[in-house]
Ligand binder design. Structure first.
Ligand code: NDP
Length: 321
């Protein structure tokens, strides 16, 4: 089969399309013939070495959808022929993947596999951010950074579905228009964020969902009301440097968390709950602003370059078969 692999962490050119053996599913695992694979920032972090992969060479890609073609001994939950999707198992930039069966979610017949692949990682992230990390309630105000991005567009629409007021950041007029279509109440740029936020809500926001990281961190803290929650969940501009806990006290007894999906999707039950909610948002018409930019598997490097360049909005996908 064809698979993208990395022999040495580094630039996009280090993504190599290779012929490798189709893997064999072991006990509790299933072999999935992939139709589409999501492109996410975490793939860039592994490619560059920010997140080290233990093996060499290593595969990339943390989410996909396809059809089960083989199951290992004693495998429960899925059978050959099932349409499935998954996230947080590395190696989906490939024609086939072996996946622990407990991670595989059945894809409803009404949902295309490509759409399911596009929703898994970013959709489940939005679910845990808004339902577990900081359960967002009607009447609350949130600040969402990079609201035109893959996570950001879903997050904006779900925050509105939950009845929150959304202040969104983005970088261009076109992206601002997209974010407004997604329902954001206020769209601002990245300059003087805290001052702009306080013009809208004097006391500050209840929660900041910040995926940009280093560049936005300080402005995010300054945008919160006392006892507000700072959710720093990404490094698009670089990782956030260390801070003194006293800073949180000085800025109003703030809460700070740095969550990741893997810790909010630890069991089959948790994955099924979150993925089912995400599929229902889509099938129920609650994510009307949703786009998928597609690339061939061989052009995974171009997809990553585009994602990192800030030129894209919405989801990027590799169409595999
Ligand atoms: P996006 O589609 O959001 O792309 C990143 C966006 O960030 C850009 O389009 C850009 O939007 C904005 N941005 C602002 N500053 C920069 C910068 N200096 N360099 C690059 N981009 C910048 O990506 P994803 O939706 O795939 O992921 C968003 C973030 O969420 C990533 O950091 C990712 O790691 C994180 N994430 C974390 C998860 C978790 O569980 N912790 C799970 C999933 C994603 P604009 O032009 O509007 O500023």
């Amino acid at each position: 089969m064809k698979a993208i692999r990395v022999h040495t962490p580094g630039p996009e050119e280090n993504l190599v399309l290779e012929d490798v053996a189709i893997p064999t599913p072991g006990p509790g695992q299933a072999l999935v013939k992939l139709e589409a694979s999501g492109v996410n920032f975490i793939d860039i972090y592994f490619r560059t070495g920010l997140y080290p992969a233990p093996e060499k060479p290593f595969g990339l890609g943390m989410e996909a959808a396809g059809v089960v073609t083989e199951v290992g001994p004693g495998t429960e939950h899925v059978k050959v022929g099932d349409r499935v999707a998954y996230a947080m198992q590395r190696g989906s930039y490939a024609e086939y993947a072996v996946v622990p069966a407990w991670m595989l979610v059945p894809v409803p017949a009404e949902l295309e596999l490509a759409t399911a692949a596009a929703l898994m990682l970013q959709g489940m992230t939005v679910h845990y951010l808004t339902h577990s990390t900081f359960p967002l309630a009607a009447g609350q105000t949130c600040l969402i950074h990079a609201a035109a991005g893959g996570v950001g567009l879903i997050l904006t629409q779900v925050a509105k579905l939950l009845g929150a007021t959304v202040i969104a950041t983005t970088s261009t007029p076109d992206k601002a228009a997209l974010v407004r279509r997604a329902g954001a109440d206020h769209v601002i740029g990245y300059d003087n964020v805290a001052a702009e936020v306080r013009k809208i809500v004097d006391k500050g926001v209840h929660v900041v969902y910040d995926s940009v990281g280093e560049a936005t961190f300080k402005g995010s803290l300054d945008s919160l009301r006392p006892r507000g929650m700072m959710v720093t969940f990404g490094n698009a501009s670089g990782p956030v440097p260390a801070i003194e806990p006293l800073l949180l006290s000085q800025k109003g007894s703030l809460y700070l968390t740095r969550p990741r999906l893997a810790d909010y999707a630890q069991t089959r039950e948790e994955i099924m709950d979150r993925a089912t909610a995400v599929f229902n948002w889509k099938l129920g018409g609650h994510l009307p602003v949703f786009s998928m930019g597609t690339y061939p598997l061989a052009e995974a490097g171009r997809a990553q370059r585009d994602l990192a360049s800030r030129a894209t909005s919405g989801k990027l996908l590799l169409k595999i078969s």
